[in-house]
Design a protein around this ligand. Structure first.
Ligand code: ADP
Length: 476
């Protein structure tokens, strides 16, 4: 490896040979995606693409900020990885940003070496399939109520009433009849980007639609229908400028046992293109905030986009309501993150080689209560504009900084770039108990700063310098 290629702080101390399993050589990576993550990996000093084996390499050229931004390929779409999968389990890589399809096809036959890191836990779908997420949350809520009482179980009241169809059709019908006139939303359990979603008020709307599919199967030869969830629609979303939005939050889990969770300070609010109204429940541009849906609106303006940075949202809520009200919103989101991860902690197959970068979707209602809508294991990494590209580039770089394959950190850090450690086998407290957040002056003891300022580059310089100094002292 040439000196020029070295990561600053990477293998600084010649005396310290016990620096990690990769040793002195470059870090070899594979990547199934052709978007921002590939740009990040290619730009990372000391990292080397495993030639001929990444999905990306089939495209020939490099992806630049421009090409990634323009690329409309959804990030969770495999890009040629299937054809390369057989070569990849031979241990020729240190880091693999793989897609879920590759993982499912190869996990059982794959032997990972000590130093290898791979995206996704094997059964991540326990949290990221809409029906399983709710099933796991309901189970932990029940258990909490049994062991700790009703009051404690109320902290799980952050997901709308949901049933799986067709298996819970009869319970749903009972619930439906108890609440005449309310709106429900139907969502395919395993689809994304708003595909197959519709709203309804009348039971007839779903019994007419695909007639019979949600009735219990009596004919054993009939094909199993696609699993859906039916969920209570949040009819009173918090609106800004008359528009509905949801919040994308990035969460990095590096271990389930013990649970270790990092929360990224930045993210965005995704707004719908049209003003909110309950008059037109069939209008996806009003009710679904997915960018994939919104950008097909006839009057969608790509330059204006439909996103706000989470910082902007926090500032808005602070100015409009109070610092305290804004703080409560973000504390509520912390609670959603931790409780949801705990609900699968014993189910996810923990593996020290695996990590997960989740994209949480959270909706606020008119009372500023945050609701969990869904959790993505492959949040879109394709940028919709320059700011979006910069955000995603920063998040992904900081994922690699936290994973620290270069062994530049001490391992005791509570903040790495834009990521704050919020759970490490228990809640993590902020160092000085004070809120660093420039938006509100109130203090909190939790090490959680969603929507707070994020000077990640400056912070990285500081921690790397501090870690180097510490390592030098330890060696001398
Ligand atoms: P997908 O995986 O297809 O994106 P989501 O569950 O994220 O499905 O739903 C898509 C969009 O629909 C969300 O971003 C949100 O705007 C809206 N939505 C979903 N569920 C609800 C709900 N229960 N109440 C209000 N809006 C919802």
């Amino acid at each position: 490896m040439s000196k020029i290629n070295r990561v600053p702080g990477y293998m600084q101390s010649k005396g310290n040979r016990n620096r990690g399993p990769i040793g002195d050589r470059e870090i070899r990576y594979k990547c199934s995606m052709q978007n921002t993550i590939l740009d990040v990996l290619r730009a990372r000093p000391g990292w080397q693409e495993v030639s001929g084996t990444t999905g990306a390499s089939s495209s020939g050229g490099t992806t630049s900020a421009k090409t990634s931004t323009q690329n409309s390929t959804p990030s969770n779409q495999a890009t040629g990885s299937a054809t390369t999968s057989s070569k990849s389990s031979d241990g020729d890589w240190d880091f693999y940003w793989c897609d879920r399809e590759w993982l499912h096809a190869n996990y059982d036959t794959m032997f990972l070496q000590e130093h290898q890191k791979i995206l996704h836990f094997r059964n991540h779908y326990e949290l990221t399939r809409k029906n399983l997420m709710v099933k796991n949350l309901k189970r932990l809520r029940k258990q909490t109520e049994r062991e700790m009482g009703k009051k404690e179980a109320e902290s799980f009241d952050f997901f709308p009433t949901t049933y799986e169809l067709p298996s819970e059709y009869h319970i749903f019908v009972e619930e439906f009849k108890k609440n005449p006139g309310i709106i429900w939303i139907m969502k395919p359990a395993a689809k994304s980007q708003g595909r197959g979603i519709f709203l309804f008020r009348k039971l007839k709307d779903i019994t007419d639609w695909k007639k019979g599919e949600y009735q219990p199967l009596t004919d054993p030869n009939r094909e199993v229908p696609e699993t859906y969830v039916v969920q209570r629609y949040i009819e009173d979303p918090y609106l800004i400028g008359g528009r509905k939005f949801d919040i994308r939050v990035y969460v990095l889990v590096v271990s389930y046992n013990p649970l270790k969770v990092w929360l990224y300070r930045s993210g965005f609010a995704r707004f719908s293109n049209s003003r909110f109204s309950l008059d037109s429940i069939e209008d996806a541009y009003v009710h679904l905030t997915n960018v994939a849906v919104q950008k097909t609106a006839p009057d969608y303006d790509p330059d204006k986009g439909c996103k706000w940075a989470t910082q902007q949202l926090r500032q808005y809520l602070t100015a409009k309501h109070s610092a305290d009200a804004a703080r409560k919103v973000f504390q509520g989101i912390d609670n959603i993150i931790i409780k949801s991860l705990q609900s699968v902690q014993k189910i996810i197959i923990n593996d020290k080689h695996c990590f997960e970068m989740y994209g949480y979707d959270v909706l606020l209602d008119a009372n500023l209560k945050p609701w969990l809508i869904e959790i993505n294991a492959s949040p879109s990494l394709t940028a919709s504009g320059k700011d979006d590209y910069d955000l995603k580039y920063g998040v992904l770089n900081d994922v690699l900084n936290v994973l620290d394959l270069e062994n530049r950190l001490t391992g005791k850090e509570k903040r790495v770039g834009g990521f704050d450690l919020i759970w490490d086998d228990g809640p993590v407290l902020a160092d000085d108990g004070s809120m660093e957040c420039s938006v509100n002056g109130t203090s909190t003891t939790a090490n959680s700063f969603l929507g707070c300022h994020c000077e990640r580059k400056k912070q990285l310089r500081e921690i790397y310098t501090a870690a180097q100094a510490l390592k030098k002292t330890a060696v001398s």
